[in-house]
Design a protein. Structure first.
Length: 439
């Protein structure tokens, strides 16, 4: 058993035993009271999932295995001291629960490079789709088509003992993560660069190689890609993409099926598609105002008009967070360090001044602060990735790190199939008012 896999098994087998003990000895412990409002508003706040990789605190933001984003920027291995952390290091942390050494992160990078070969039929599936297909359609189809390579699927059909499900899942997860940059870059070059594809460079790290295969080779953009992959990697287990991967995986669907399903959730406007909405809305504003350097008053008037039309200001607000998203702040600091006087970045900073007071004055909005999507598109656009319909694919590549690490945990814990109870609306009315309805 190779080193990283063995380290994971050492740590996770202890947690698995603890999971089984708690399930056996404390199944009757009451964790909280579910309200009708929680059921009817998307199950918000109901403690229903075990997710070890990260936790989202409403006041502090995301923590990966207890570490904040600023702490990770200090502690995780980097290619060079002044750069951004390697996503390989974050994956190691989420999987094993320890800050890796430089050698650990680089060994993981090498491992992924050796696993990165994509079968030809995957490219054939992508090429069979119209070039007008949305990038996320192509990305999801490509992931699903790789299920032919599933080690878990083959092991299950061969009758492997369920205590070894985690092993085959681990192999699928590692292969899938390794191949995602190649697939994403292939879609990007096919759709936006006349299928002028660029071969991978196995000497580059995982995020740096994605930038290279997309056609971007400056050290600054490699730094941005590493940051992007870090901050989008996970957001605890209740978001749509993470929960979907967990749910589909609970049926013992192989990781390719589970992750393809997660990506169709990520593509929704209320989830990962929001990063595209932000840029689209900003360019709408620029066109409507006739300038890319509007005054605060012009921006304010446009924002108010957006709200009066019954629309939202994309990139602002979050289902859980009640402060400025630390992922927004990390990108703001990156821009301050590397980017000087870019009109789009300047406008994003201007929105940060103008929007929160407007949303705060509405009264009904609990969180008037920006989230990760408010900044990410402007940085990508600055470095030449102007095809914002592709931004969600990049989000998807990053999100693999967290949700697939969790999927391995699900299998080593022996998580059962997820099956909550449901009732018709009339039952809920009966509970609330003592009488049913015709619904």
């Amino acid at each position: 058993m190779e080193y990283i896999k063995y380290r994971f098994y050492q740590k996770a087998s202890k947690c698995s035993a603890e999971f089984q003990r708690l399930k056996k000895e404390h199944a009757d412990v009451v964790l909280g009271q579910v309200t009708l409002g929680q059921v009817l508003t998307g199950m918000k706040g109901i403690p229903l999932l075990v997710t070890d990789t990260s936790k989202l605190d409403p006041e502090e933001g995301i923590r990966f295995k207890g570490y904040s984003i600023p702490e990770l920027q200090q502690k995780l291995p980097k290619m060079n001291p002044e750069g951004e952390p390697l996503p390989e290091g974050l994956f190691y942390l989420m999987l094993i629960g320890e800050i890796p050494s430089q050698e650990d992160a680089l060994n993981l990078s090498i491992d992924w490079a050796t696993r990165a070969h994509v079968p030809q039929h995957v490219f054939d599936v992508i090429d069979a789709l119209p070039k007008t297909s949305k990038p996320m359609t192509q990305f999801s189809a490509a992931i699903l088509s790789m299920a032919t390579e599933s080690i878990f699927q083959k092991a299950y059909r061969a009758g492997v003992n369920k205590k070894f499900y985690w092993d085959a899942t681990y192999e699928d997860v590692m292969n899938l993560i390794a191949r995602l940059p190649r697939i994403a870059a292939y879609i990007y070059r096919r759709q936006f660069h006349n299928s002028d594809h660029i071969e991978p460079n196995p000497r580059l790290d995982w995020a740096g190689n994605l930038a290279h295969m997309m056609g971007f080779n400056s050290e600054d953009i490699r730094r941005l890609f590493r940051l992007y992959m870090i901050i989008h990697a996970d957001h605890e287990g209740g978001n749509v993409s993470a929960h979907t991967a967990h749910l589909v995986g609970s049926a013992l669907s192989n990781p390719y099926y589970a992750y393809a399903a997660a990506m169709t959730g990520l593509a929704g406007p209320l989830h990962g598609f929001a990063n595209q909405d932000v840029i689209f809305w900003i360019f709408e504003m620029i066109e409507a105002l006739g300038t890319d350097a509007p005054t605060d008053e012009q921006v304010s008037d446009y924002c108010k008009r957006t709200l009066e039309e019954g629309r939202v200001i994309p990139g602002y607000g979050h289902a859980v967070l009640r402060k400025t998203d630390p992922r927004f702040t990390a990108q703001e600091e990156f821009a301050n360090k590397y980017i000087k006087n870019d009109p789009l970045v300047n406008l994003v900073n201007q929105l940060y001044r103008v929007v929160p007071p407007i949303l705060g004055s509405v009264g009904k909005i609990k969180n008037p602060w920006p989230n990760v999507d408010a900044y990410s598109g402007s940085l990508l656009y600055h470095y030449g990735i102007k095809e914002y319909t592709f931004y969600t694919v990049m989000f998807g590549v990053s999100r693999a790190l967290g949700v697939l690490a969790s999927l391995v945990n699900d299998r080593i814990y022996g998580m059962p199939i997820e099956r909550p109870t449901s009732h018709p609306l009339s039952w809920f009315k009966q509970q609330a008012e003592g009488k049913g309805s015709d619904c």
